[in-house]
Design a protein around this ligand. Sequence first.
Ligand SMILES: *Cc1c(COP(=O)(O)O)cnc(C)c1O
Length: 412
Amino acid sequence: MNTPLDRAACEALDHADPLGPLRDRFTLPDGVIYLDGNSLGPAPKATAERVARTAELEWGRDLITSWNKAGWMALPAKVGAKIARLIGADADEVVVADSTSVNLYKCAASALKLAAPREVILAEAGDFPTDLYMLQGLADFSGAELRMVAPDQIEAALTDEVAVLVLTEVNYRSGEIHDMAALTAKAHAVGALTVWDLSHSAGVLDVDLNGAKADFAVGCGYKYLNGGPGAPAYVFAARRWHEAMRTPLSGWLGHAQPFAFVDDYSPAPGIARMACGTPPVLSLVALDEGLNSFDGVEMAALHERTGRLGDLFITLADQRLAALGLEVASPRDWRKRGGQVSLRHPHAYEICQALIARGVIPDFRAPDVARFGLVPMFVRFTEVWDAVGILVEVMASEAWRDPRFAVRTAVT
Ligand SMILES: *Cc1c(COP(=O)(O)O)cnc(C)c1O
């Protein structure tokens, strides 16, 4: 892609970009360049009022009648259908429930059962920790064997012993994209199923689950989907599994008739069975608003903008930051890269703190990565330009060596 080489060119790009005005859908404080929408998406302007209305009128005035009257019970399916459009799924293949961690467990366990008597779960070493921890727990409780292999060993490790391949589509550290269609085809060729974690892809890439023939998927509501801190997550299951699949967490809201209050579990038809307990209504309406911020947005165009923002950052990093000791740790080809660009440095933590003190917010991922989320919904080209300029100043002045920047906080 063509990369502008001065600030005026970045301004011109921002001005001409038809997706530029999407930024107005969000509350973003002045004086801050927010490059961490990949960890916590910003608040859509409509969210505060929607949550307040739900609390004051639906809960405060109408009390329990709102489960029916305000459609609370239908929210997991309704919000799931909005997510479906972003990830190449049909509306009735996605439901909102629980957290990504819990959903990953449910999907991996479901796939394991469908692929019985196979007992091997294949995962990537270095994948997002909670995914690996949940699979370790599942292996412990089910007797399955978890194999974790390096990313370049995945294909070789796909043997006819494998029940399920569990992968995050975009690696949280490097931003590298796995080829979902190719790996799913390889898994299917040996008789294994796939579970894809879309936490770092949905909302910035043009994800196509059904095009890739994916079996199951999960993803996060509070990152690129802008659902707010701790927003509920979602589950996708391809329609061909809806009859046969079971969930290990067979709660009453995944029951065919939750209000029949019978003793025996019988699963709801379709994706609804992947729900477990009572939906978190206040969080769900916030997630619903997060998804409304995608109204009218074509994912292919958004994906392309993701690529252009990252290309600009990488070009500037090569020109101005490499000599200062910062190394680009993300793929250079935008088709292989998610919504972030990562820079590696032994003092990445301190560098991030020095940037935050200057109003540029990236995040740090141990041991040595500074992650810059270039979220196409609201990050401007001029902000990329300015952020790199501030980073040059931090490096050249060695401002990051100030001891206060070495103090570690609980959340990085
Ligand atoms: C953010 C993220 C999660 C988050 O899981 P929670 O259960 O919401 O804490 C899980 N997996 C991946 C790959 C993530 O990026």
